[in-house]
Design a protein around this ligand. Structure first.
Ligand code: NAD
Length: 365
C-alpha cells in the first residue's frame, strides 16, 4: 500500500448536517491508511458576524494553497440574503466542472438496476452566474429599455430578470473534460444536453461547441438530446446513457433526477474541478431538519471523499473505500433511515454508526 505521502486538504464541515457527515467521512478516509493534514475552515452564515462575509479570502486561500478541499453542504437563504457560498466558491476558484456520478449499488431500494451515469455539469456560467436585476429597481427599468432598443422586444416593466449567458470557451472546456473523462474511464458515449431548439443562441452555442469537440474524439460516441426529452428518457431507460454533459442549470436538475434513479441524495457524490484546485462535496444540501440529530446518511460525502482519493491518485484506497461502502449498503443493516424500505424503520442507525460500519468493512477487505 502507498503510504508515503501526507496530503494537505482543506476541510469545510459546512452547515446543518455538514459537521456530522464531515466527521464521519474524515474518520473513514483516515481508516483507509492514507494520511491527511486537515486544514479546517468555516464558511457560511455563522461566520458573517466575525468576517463580514460568508466566504472570507482566507478560506479561498487555503484551497488555493492545498489545491484540494473536502466540503460539507452550506445553507443558502432562499430569495434574499447572501448569494450562494457554493456558487461563489466555484466561480472564485474557476472550478469549471461539476462531476456527479450516479451509480446503482446492489441492495439499494431503488426503482432501477444497472444505472451507471456520470454527469459533467458546467459550473461557472449560465443562469447561475448571479447576474440579476431586481423587480422595481431603476436598473431593471433601464435594462428593459435597452433590450427593447436592441432586440425590439418588450419585457413587462414589473419583471425581474436573470441573465443566461453561455460562452464558447466555457462550453469547449467542459465538453473536452467530458471526453477526456470518457477516455480515462473507458466510457463509450458522451451525450450533450441542451434546449437549442428554443434558446438558439445560448444553448445553440453550447451544442455547436460540443459537436466541435466531439470531432476530436472519434473513439467516443457522441449524441445530443433536448433536455425535456432527456428527463423522460432517463426515467424510462437510464441504462442506455453513459456520460452526460450539460450547461449549469440543466446539470443541476438532471443530476438530482439521476440521484433519484440510484437511491436518493444520500448516495450522490460530487466534485468541482478546475485547472488549479478541486473541491469534493456531496450533491445534497444541509438538510436542516436533521442537523445535530445523528440521522443523516454520510455516504454521499464518503463517496465524494473516495472521488478525492482517486483524484489524488490513491487508487487502491479508492477501490477499498468504495467496496467497503458497497458492502455496508448490500448488508442493509447498518444504514441510515433513507436506505431502509420504510424510512421509519427503528433499526435504522445514525451517521456515526455508518462510519463505524464502513471502517469495520475496510478492516476486513
Ligand atoms: P437538501 O439536499 O438539504 O434536502 C433535500 C431532502 O433530502 C430533504 O428531505 C433532506 O432531509 C434529504 N437529505 C439530504 N441530504 C441527506 C442525507 N445526507 N441523508 C438523508 N437525507 C438527506 O436540499 P434543500 O432542502 O433544498 O436545501 C437545504 C439547504 O442546503 C439550502 O439552504 C440549500 O441552499 C443548501 N444546499 C447546499 C448545497 C451545497 O452546499 N452544495 C447543495 C444543495 C443545497
Amino acid at each position: 500500500m502507498k503510504r508515503s505521502m501526507t496530503y494537505d486538504v482543506t476541510l469545510i464541515p459546512g452547515d446543518g448536517i455538514g459537521p456530522e457527515i464531515a466527521e464521519a467521512t474524515r474518520r473513514v478516509l483516515e481508516a483507509t491508511g492514507v494520511r491527511f493534514n486537515w486544514d479546517i475552515q468555516e464558511a457560511g452564515e455563522k461566520i458573517i458576524g466575525k468576517y463580514g462575509t460568508p466566504l472570507p479570502d482566507h478560506v479561498l486561500d487555503s484551497i488555493r494553497t492545498n489545491k484540494i478541499a473536502l466540503k460539507g453542504p452550506i445553507t443558502t437563504p432562499v430569495g434574499s440574503g447572501f448569494r450562494s457560498v457554493n456558487v461563489a466558491l466555484r466561480q472564485s476558484l474557476d472550478l469549471y466542472v461539476n462531476l456527479r456520478p450516479a451509480k446503482t449499488f446492489p441492495g439499494v431500494r431503488s426503482r432501477y438496476d444497472g444505472v451507471d451515469l456520470v454527469i459533467v455539469r458546467e459550473n461557472t456560467e449560465d443562469l447561475y452566474a448571479g447576474i440579476e436585476f431586481e423587480y422595481g429597481t431603476p436598473e431593471l427599468a433601464q435594462i428593459v429599455e435597452h433590450i427593447y432598443e436592441l432586440a425590439g422586444k418588450r419585457i413587462a416593466k414589473d419583471s425581474a430578470i436573470s441573465i443566461k449567458s453561455i460562452s464558447r470557451s466555457a462550453s469547449l472546456r467542459v465538453v473536452r473534460f467530458a471526453f477526456e473523462y470518457a477516455l480515462a474511464n473507458r466510457r463509450q458515449k458522451v451525450t450533450a444536453i441542451h434546449k437549442a431548439n428554443i434558446m438558439k443562441f445560448s444553448d445553440g452555442l453550447f451544442l455547436s461547441s460540443a459537436s466541435e469537440v466531439a470531432r476530436a474524439y472519434p473513439g467516443v460516441a457522441f449524441e445530443d438530446r433536448i433536455v425535456d426529452n432527456m428527463a423522460m428518457q432517463l426515467v424510462q431507460k437510464p441504462e442506455i446513457y453513459d456520460v452526460l454533459v450539460l450547461p449549469n442549470l440543466y446539470g443541476d436538475i438532471i443530476s438530482d433526477l439521476c440521484a433519484g434513479l440510484v437511491g436518493g441524495l444520500g448516495l450522490a457524490p460530487g466534485a468541482n474541478i478546475g485547472d488549479q484546485a478541486a473541491v469534493f462535496e456531496p450533491v445534497h444540501g444541509s438538510a436542516p431538519k436533521y442537523a445535530g440529530k445523528n440521522k443523516a446518511n454520510p455516504m454521499a460525502m464518503m463517496l465524494s471523499g473516495s472521488m478525492m482519493l482517486k483524484h489524488l491518485g490513491e487508487l487502491e484506497a479508492t477501490d477499498r473505500l468504495e467496496r467497503a461502502i458497497a458492502a455496508v449498503i448490500a448488508d442493509g443493516k447498518l444504514v441510515t433511515y433513507d436506505l431502509k424500505d420504510n424510512p421509519d424503520d427503528p433499526a435504522a442507525v445514525g451517521t456515526s454508526a455508518v462510519a463505524d460500519a464502513v471502517i469495520d468493512k475496510l478492516d476486513s477487505i
